[in-house]
Design a protein around this ligand. Structure first.
Ligand code: ADP
Length: 600
């Protein structure tokens, strides 16, 4: 595994860097870090919410501490409870994983104040990189190219319109506190600008509690290319080459690879140098990722820095042979980097596919359920980092990403073949997953050619539907639930009924279209009787936006649900009058539960 870095001074097993680490996370990443701890003879402490009392990470750890009820703010986002758990279990250090509190500077600070080591960068670096506008300003100062943009304080008035004209449409409205693709709006003309700014602000306020937004020139057909960096606390900063993560849905990555098929040696050198400068500019320590977008001409621009371990870190581990989780732990323990830049090489090609509990044929609607059977692929060059095993439950409370499959081979074509064989072999019964869709992505001729821009999915696979298999089984089950409920509710309604229209708010595609998906079984409006609108998946009602008796237009948002970190819009399938409102804010609804009755 460590080809090319034979000069490394390897970690000595006699003296573990810490005695005990608490992992403030769940799912596959918690399992990944627990495994790293075990290898280093460090005791691993898991924390869990009531929904995860039997979860994989809870089972794997040497000790587990209950945090509280399932909602993240009462469990995995609750700083006091996590620190209390670390104190109670006498942990020397906390690893935050990714997501949750991993990029929360206040958390890092609170951990350090409690006399516990935070396995991550200094709070100041997190804070600087946490604001996209502040990070842009620091990068400009340091000479790292940023996307042309506009971010005055305050952001308002005629200046905004003029700036958008100067940048040239299309422009992108972005949330300063952004993350997870939230709060982004592509704007193609001045007529759309104020609405886009307002929508972005609303979304940002809800998602981040901060409604500041800014403008960026929208780069057409870009590639997302990022560099892994590693820095110790003695001023040594190196990079571990790039990952290309252009295959995205809702601005979120689903397939990543290293090296990037777009890369040339010259571009690699320039981007790597910029990544190291970026990390140094904020006094970065530990593992981090500098993200860029590159346009068709090869010009590249800084997007942001992720101040944590990335989901896709495993492809870098595959091509460099360096264990990033272990490196994070050793650096946090104060070790000096035990190898230099020239010791790191890229060997072969690695691809990662993110396995989600979701239905790609239905606008990637997340799915929940019990994993009836999980059998992971096993073959040379394949690694599976999973957060679930047979019998585990995927609930509405957390992210629907359940596993990652990483394939490593000598060549890109070999890695694609290996990945396809691994995905074909991966059995996950009981849930709707995106595995068939991932296979469609990697087997697409454009993917084989390396034509991977961020628009890949909408360009080639927007009409994708699975042939036979899993989908038909789940599909028939769905319509059964739907029709039974609808018939019960009203004999006048057509038996196939309506499923609630769902649109992922904050998930506008790169082209700025608001996704508005009704299920494919949506019936035509018959002009009489009532229709029952049902929940297409379980979730919690965040807001009910109409009252009984209201007239509504086709497509109007009637309510907002929340499930698996996403806001799901309940839209009217046709114009009509709200006959009955059967839900209230805060209520948890089940799949197939009637939410509204809508009359003509
Ligand atoms: P987030 O922090 O919400 O993930 P990023 O700034 O990292 O947001 O961007 C996420 C994705 O959105 C990028 O990978 C790219 O696909 C797209 N994107 C972001 N900025 C631009 C831009 N200026 N032009 C075109 N696409 C962009």
């Amino acid at each position: 595994m460590l080809a090319g870095i034979a000069t490394l001074r390897l970690y000595s097993t006699t003296m573990p860097p810490f005695r005990k680490i608490l992992i403030a996370n769940r799912g596959e990443i918690a399992a990944r870090i627990i495994r790293a701890c075990k290898e280093m003879s460090i005791r691993a402490v898991a924390v869990y919410s009531d929904a995860d009392a039997q979860a994989m990470h809870t089972r794997l750890a040497d000790e587990a501490v209950r945090l509280g009820p399932p909602p993240p703010r009462e469990s995995y986002l609750n700083i006091e409870r996590i620190i209390e758990a670390a104190r109670k279990s006498n942990a020397d250090a906390i690893h935050p994983g990714y997501g949750f509190l991993s990029e929360n500077a206040d958390f890092a600070e609170a951990v350090m104040k409690a006399g516990i080591v935070f396995i991550g960068p200094p709070p100041d670096a997190i804070r600087k990189m946490g604001s996209k506008t502040e990070a842009r300003a620091i990068m400009q100062e340091a000479g790292v190219p940023v996307v042309p943009g506009y971010h005055p304080h305050p952001f308002a008035g005629e200046g905004v319109r003029d700036a958008a004209e100067r940048l040239g449409y299309p422009v992108l409205v972005k949330a300063s506190a952004g993350g997870g693709g939230k709060g982004m709006r592509v704007t193609r003309s001045s007529a759309e600008l104020s609405e886009a700014v307002a929508a972005s602000r609303r979304e940002a306020a809800h998602a981040f509690g901060d409604d500041s937004v800014f403008l960026e020139k929208y780069i057409e057909n870009p590639r997302h290319i990022e560099f892994q960096v590693l820095a110790d606390s003695f001023g040594n900063t190196i990079h571990l080459f790039e990952r290309e993560c252009s295959i995205q849905r809702r601005h979120q990555k689903i397939v990543e690879e290293a090296p990037s098929p777009f890369m040339t040696p010259v571009l690699r050198e320039q981007m790597a140098a910029a990544a190291v400068v970026a990390a140094r500019a904020v006094g970065y320590v530990n593992a981090g990722t500098v993200e860029f977008i590159a346009d068709e001409s090869g010009a590249f621009y800084f997007l942001e820095m992720n101040t944590r371990l990335q989901v896709e870190h495993a492809i870098t581990e595959a091509v460099t042979g360096i264990d990033l989780a272990a490196a994070q732990i050793r650096i946090a323990a104060g070790e000096r980097l035990w190898f230099g830049q020239s010791d790191v090489t890229q060997r072969g090609h690695a691809i990662e596919c993110r396995v989600y509990a979701e239905d790609p044929a239905n606008d990637f609607l997340p799915s929940v359920g019990v994993v009836e059977q999980a059998v992971e692929p096993a073959r040379p060059g394949v690694r599976v980092d999973a957060g679930v095993a047979t019998g585990d439950e995927v609930t509405i409370h957390y992210d629907p990403m359940i596993a990652k499959v990483i394939a490593h081979a000598e060549s890109r074509a070999g890695a694609i073949r290996k990945m396809d064989a691994a995905l074909a072999e991966y059995t996950l019964r009981g849930l709707t997953t995106n595995i068939p869709f991932l296979r469609a992505v990697i087997n697409h001729p454009a993917f084989a050619r390396g034509e991977t821009t961020t628009h890949f999915i909408e360009q080639y696979l927007s009409e994708w539907e699975e042939e036979g298999g899993q989908e038909s089984e789940v599909g028939s089950q769905k319509s059964e639930v739907g029709s039974r409920r609808v018939e019960d509710a009203n004999p006048w309604t057509r038996a196939d009924g309506f499923r609630v229209g769902v649109g992922m708010v904050g998930s506008g595609t790169a082209a700025g279209r608001e996704r508005q998906t009704n299920t494919r079984r949506q019936s035509a409006w018959a002009g009489h009787g009532r229709d029952s609108l049902e929940a297409a998946m379980p979730g919690q009602v965040r807001a009910v936006l109409v009252q009984e008796g209201d007239s509504v237009e086709k497509g109007q948002t009637l309510a907002l649900l929340e499930a698996m970190k996403m806001e799901i819009k309940v839209a009217a399938p046709h114009a009509g009058r709200v006959a009955k409102v059967l839900i209230a804010a805060g209520q948890v609804v089940q799949r197939g539960q009637t939410l509204f009755e809508l009359g003509g």
